[in-house]
Every structure is written in structure tokens, then in C-alpha cells.
Ligand binder design. Structure first.
Ligand code: HEM
Length: 154
């Protein structure tokens, strides 16, 4: 499970990088009224691929690291404990919501008829997803649920 946790920690940086790249592309695309390029498409695609892999790794942690067992043992105790509630309900739930938004956004971008519409959809869906991801990460400065910036094998 240590390998899975290291992977989950590192993948987070890929998600933030590609998410930010996609959102910046959407903003500059809208401001300069430029065409929707292959680069724009690639940034959104990489953001989605990294979110997909992170979801799978997250599910392995969720079921493999006894979080699910804790929920089965009793939701009452989980909800009373801020740390357990964060990882089982808040973190997992919000990240799945962000993942859904990324997938809807990707479909909407592909379906949009004009370049401006593609930039707008990308900004709306990917921007919202990135915001949800940012506030749902157990950053080292979040006292109760703090996790390291980087994790390695120990
Ligand atoms: C964009 C999506 C996600 C990001 C950026 C993200 C990020 C993170 C980070 C940074 C940690 C702390 C890692 C560490 O301690 O070094 C973590 C822990 C965790 N994440 Fe995620 N996560 C995402 C999605 C998910 C999903 C979808 C699930 C489950 C369905 C999930 C389940 C977990 C669990 C259970 C832990 C605690 C692992 C443990 O210590 O046993 N994550 N996540």
C-alpha cells in the first residue's frame, strides 16, 4: 500500500499541472479569441487521463487501507471523527464529483460547435473541477488531515 500512497501523492502534482495548463489555455484562448488548437485539446486530455488514474489509485487506497471497513463498522463513528470523515466521505466524494465534472466537460468541449464555445466549456468545467480538487486535497497546512507535500518510501 505504501507504493499506492506514494503514487497517489505524486499523481496529485500531475493533475494540478495539467488542470492549471488547461484552465490557462481556456482563459488565454477566450481573451485572444484564438482557435481551439491541438495544444488546448492535449491539455484537457492529459488532465482527464491523470484524473482517471488517480480515481483508480484512490479506490485501491479506499478499499485496501481499511477506510471502507471503517464505514461498514458504523457510519456514526466515522462521521464523529474529523480525520476519518475527511478521507472516507469528504475527500473521496468531492474528488469523484470533480472527476465527473472533468468527464462532462471533455464531452461538452468535443460537442461545442465554435472555438469560443470550446474555450468557454473548458474554463467552466475544468475550472470548477480544479477548484474542487484544490480545496479537497489534504494539504500539509490543514491541521486535522495534514499529509506531506511529497511522499517517498520509508
Ligand atoms: C483528483 C483526485 C485526487 C487527488 C488530487 C487526491 C489527492 C490525495 C492526496 C494528496 C492524498 C494524501 C497522500 C499522502 O498521504 O501522501 C490522498 C489520500 C487519500 N485519497 Fe485521494 N486524491 C484524489 C482522489 C481520490 C479518490 C477519487 C479517492 C477514493 C475514491 C481517494 C481516496 C484517498 C484515500 C482513501 C486517501 C488516504 C490514503 C491512506 O492514507 O490510507 N482519493 N489523496
Amino acid at each position: 500500500m505504501q507504493l499506492t500512497l506514494v503514487l497517489h501523492n505524486i499523481l496529485r502534482w500531475g493533475i494540478l499541472l495539467f488542470g492549471l495548463w488547461a484552465v490557462i489555455n481556456a482563459i488565454t484562448g477566450l481573451m485572444s479569441k484564438r482557435r481551439f488548437t491541438g495544444g488546448d485539446n492535449k491539455s484537457g486530455l492529459l488532465f482527464m487521463i491523470f484524473c482517471d488514474i488517480q480515481l483508480l489509485v484512490g479506490l485501491v487506497l479506499f478499499f485496501g487501507n481499511a477506510w471502507f471497513d471503517k464505514m461498514k463498522a458504523g457510519m456514526g463513528d466515522v462521521m464523529k471523527n474529523g480525520y476519518d470523515r475527511f478521507f472516507t466521505v469528504e475527500h473521496a466524494g468531492m474528488m469523484i464529483l470533480a472527476w465527473i465534472l472533468v468527464h462532462i466537460g471533455r464531452a461538452q468541449v468535443n460537442r461545442a460547435a465554435t472555438d469560443t464555445a470550446k474555450h468557454k466549456k473548458m474554463l467552466l468545467f475544468f475550472g470548477l473541477a480544479l477548484l474542487i480538487i484544490l480545496v479537497s486535497i489534504p494539504w500539509p497546512f490543514r491541521a486535522e488531515v495534514a499529509r506531506p507535500w511529497f511522499r517517498w518510501f520509508n
